[in-house]
Design a protein around this ligand. Structure first.
Ligand code: GLA
Length: 403
């Protein structure tokens, strides 16, 4: 995956005020690299964003509700068509070397692991569009890698956007998301849900998206201008993420099976409570998280639409507690960050872990007038308590690649 180019930045707070400038700089960079690598002209440049999830974690693969936003960090690709079936990719942040393969014979690459996102995505794309030919590609990204902000989904969606434009495919954002997810599930080996790819493709600038993962319908809610989308990377090195993630998914499916349902979305809290004695305690807790988290995602959409900060604050707080105690996917550093930020915000803002968990980031909705105070308290307390230096991102909700 594209590495976090931002981690080399000297300051600890990375502002997003100069979004356009940042995007322009990325475009210039990929174009320059493309000419240097391929000694030919760039045909097009495209971009797909990473995401942050405001609420609704570990619900997407249970046919549930999520409320993410696309962010102003993402993957940028310069591309041109080829006459043959060869794909050559240069990922600026990963290897100083071109990865090459043929669309006629796509296999897993054990050496350049990042290239499997391209390989898997194109293998899945070819099921729908077997006629596509090859391409020369240069990729760069600024989504912090392994931080739970969907650097891989933004990579997959950027690849799909590039091929859609190069070969004038009639691929829409929803189908692009399904293809990206298929690449992860069938080729890369992570059993993820649809949230990350879908928001990267279909996000709306300035808005969060309430996505119903059962039928992929969605509704958008504006993020008020007086709130900052505040993300803090704990910089905890994540371990066992895929295996623990896949285990959580299995546990949820076990409970759904117990009730003879296709997914936990179809099970109510009342039904779960009546079966408490028949279920292993750990399975009961996993299901309680999912069922209650769906409710909180729906409540948060309502609260965003009615500007009810106290309700948003409560939902985010309860979500974090549920992910910590029932779903058991937080770490002490993430819990610490949530406490530190929550102590400043009170009910004037919301904070919780975000994404798959086991380290990574917390997300906060911070009133603009409290941004400096929250930043200050994180910088003074987090490193002292956990010996790790945090990275703070003041983000904005961005447009998806297929909007
Ligand atoms: C990862 C997965 C998503 C989702 C989240 C948890 O980001 O890729 O599909 O399951 O974890 O909400």
């Amino acid at each position: 995956m594209p590495k976090n180019v931002l981690k080399h930045a000297p300051q600890s707070v990375l502002e997003s005020q100069d979004d356009e400038q940042q995007a322009f700089a990325q475009q210039l960079l990929v174009k320059k690299l493309f000419v240097a690598q391929f000694q030919s002209a760039v045909e097009l440049v495209c971009h797909a964003p990473g995401r942050v999830n405001l609420i609704g974690d570990h619900t997407d693969y249970n046919d549930g509700f999520v409320l993410p936003a696309a962010i102003n960090f993402g993957t940028t690709i310069a591309a041109s068509r080829r006459e043959d079936k060869i794909v050559k990719v240069y990922a600026h942040d990963c290897d100083q070397q071109i990865n090459e393969f043929s669309l006629d014979d796509i296999s897993f690459d054990q050496q350049m692991m990042w290239s499997n996102y391209v390989r898997g995505t194109l293998q899945a794309l070819m099921k729908k569009y077997p006629e596509i030919k090859g391409a020369n590609l240069v990729v760069t990204g600024n989504v912090p890698q392994g931080a739970g902000l969907s650097s891989s989904a933004s990579f997959e969606i950027a690849i799909l956007k590039a091929f859609t434009q190069l070969y004038h495919l009639d691929l829409n954002g929803i189908n692009a998301a399904l293809i990206g997810q298929q690449a992860e599930n069938d080729f890369v080996g992570c059993n993820c849900g649809i949230m990350d790819q879908l928001i990267s493709a279909m996000g709306q600038q300035g808005h969060a998206m309430l996505l119903d993962c059962k039928d992929l319908s969605f509704e958008e809610a504006a993020i008020p201008d007086d709130l900052t989308l505040f993300i803090v990377n704990s910089n905890v090195k994540r371990g066992l993420v895929d295996s623990e993630y896949n285990l959580r998914r299995q546990q949820c499916e076990q409970v759904a099976n117990h009730f003879g349902k296709s997914a936990l979305r179809e099970v109510t809290m009342a039904q779960l409570n009546t079966a408490k004695e028949q279920l292993e305690p750990v399975l009961f807790k996993r299901a309680r998280h999912v069922i209650s988290e769906n409710e909180r995602a729906l409540n948060t959409l309502k609260a965003l639409n009615s500007n009810d900060m106290a309700a948003i604050s409560l939902a985010m707080k309860e979500s974090h507690i549920s992910l910590r105690d029932d779903f058991e996917v937080t770490t002490k550093e993430i819990d610490g960050l949530v406490d530190i930020i929550g102590s400043v915000l009170g009910i004037d803002g919301g904070v919780r872990m975000t994404g798959g968990g086991f380290g990574g980031c917390v997300v906060a909705l911070v009133p603009n007038h409290l941004v400096a105070k929250v930043t200050g308290v994180i910088n003074s307390k987090y490193q002292q308590a956990f010996g790790l230096s945090p990275s703070i991102y003041h983000c904005s909700a961005s447009q998806g690649a297929f909007r």
